[in-house]
Design a protein around this ligand. Structure first.
Ligand code: HXC
Ligand code: NAP
Length: 282
């Protein structure tokens, strides 16, 4: 799909880069020649991921950091700068989420998700962006959101995440305009269903639920990580230099399936269609 040196020489920071989609994206970036810095709260997870990811070649530096704390974010960026001397790309991928009736949530529960997703993204974006601006260098920022943000529809039962991801999308679009003059590009991806341990354990905990959600997808399957990773590679590469402020949905058509008023008619059998058509012609 790509030239093998597409990302050669680029230093890329991925928050939440030790697990799930963040790790998969990092592995693809490594294959394409990038040097990585991965960060999240759990040092043991990062250590093991960095060792496994770099086994096939390439540099993976890890720094434990809770993105909710701006001081830890600043120290994390210091550590990456000390190691590599520069940062070219920031991927804001770290997130927290769970399903719950909203009226049952405590304020601490809301804060837990908004702190990671919205404040965490703001902290990393500002810390890296201010340094790029001061140094007179540009870069690209990729934010991982969700289709309930990109569609503008939000979603019940994941309201803290819907609120936070919508904020991240507003940040993406606002800074796409404001920071373009500094050579800083903002892009986002809204993934549909990509099974990971972190997301599925909290959002799709039973086999029955997992089966039911796939029925919502016109392509009748979940996404494959490599499909998302190739998009994530293209968007931060120099080949996508004119894409700024865009959010790309990769969901097999899932959100549109929910949007069209008559899309449920796909459940009708041939016989039911024959009856319906005959009635409609009267
Ligand atoms: C209701 C909950 C809850 C739940 C926690 N809380 N889980 N409330 N339902 N399932 C409440 C707690 O009771 C507490 O409030 C408050 O939230 C903080 O909980 P802690 O456990 O202290 O928080 P913390 O250790 O900071 O953990 C954050 C977390 C956790 C978000 C709760 O799940 C986490 O670390 N997640 C990181 C990974 C993750 O979520 N990955 C999935 C991303 S998937 P009280 O008032 O009791 O003190 C994703 C996909 C979107 O975003 C789309 C998919 C299709
Ligand atoms: P995941 O494996 O649970 O990833 C979440 C990551 O965030 C973990 O590595 C976690 O590591 C890190 N993290 C959480 N809180 C943090 C904090 N305070 N500071 C630093 N790092 C923190 O789930 P995933 O499915 O790969 O999700 C990755 C991204 O894709 C998220 O933005 C998610 O919203 C988005 N997404 C996923 C799907 C899907 O279908 N999987 C769909 C739509 C959007 P620690 O616990 O070590 O901190």
């Amino acid at each position: 799909m790509f030239q093998h040196d597409l990302l050669a020489g680029k230093v890329i920071v991925i928050t939440g880069g030790g697990t799930g989609l963040g790790r998969a994206i990092g592995e693809r970036y490594l294959e394409l020649g990038a040097k990585l810095a991965i960060t999240s709260r759990r040092e043991d997870v990062l250590r093991e991921a960095a060792a496994q990811m770099s086994a096939a070649g390439g540099e993976v530096f890890y720094v434990p950091c809770d993105v909710r704390d701006p001081n830890q974010v600043s120290a994390m960026v210091d550590a990456v700068m000390e190691r590599y001397g520069k940062i070219d790309v920031l991927v804001n991928n770290a997130a927290g989420n769970f399903v719950s009736p909203t009226e049952k949530l405590s304020t601490r529960a809301f804060d837990a998700v908004i702190g990671i997703v919205l404040h965490g993204t703001v902290h990393c974006t500002l810390e890296v962006g201010k340094r790029w601006i001061a140094a007179g260098v540009g870069g690209a920022m990729l934010n991982i959101v969700a289709t309930y943000a990109s569609s503008g529809a939000g979603s019940g039962y994941v309201v803290p995440s819907a609120v936070a991801k919508s904020g991240v999308l507003a940040l993406t679009r606002s800074l796409a305009v404001e920071w373009a003059k500094y050579g800083i590009r903002q892009v986002a991806i809204a993934p549909g269903l990509f099974p990971t341990e972190g997301a599925w354990s909290r959002l799709v905990p039973t086999a029955e639920l997992a089966e039911r959600i796939v029925e919502r997808v016109p392509l009748r399957r979940v996404g494959e990580k490599r499909e998302l990773c190739n998009l994530a590679a293209y968007l931060i590469s120099d080949e996508a230099a004119y894409i700024n402020g865009e959010v790309v949905v990769i969901d097999g058509g899932e959100w549109l399936r929910g949007a069209g008023q008559f899309n449920d008619l796909e459940r009708l059998t041939e016989q039911e269609w024959a009856t319906l058509s005959a009635m409609a012609k009267r």
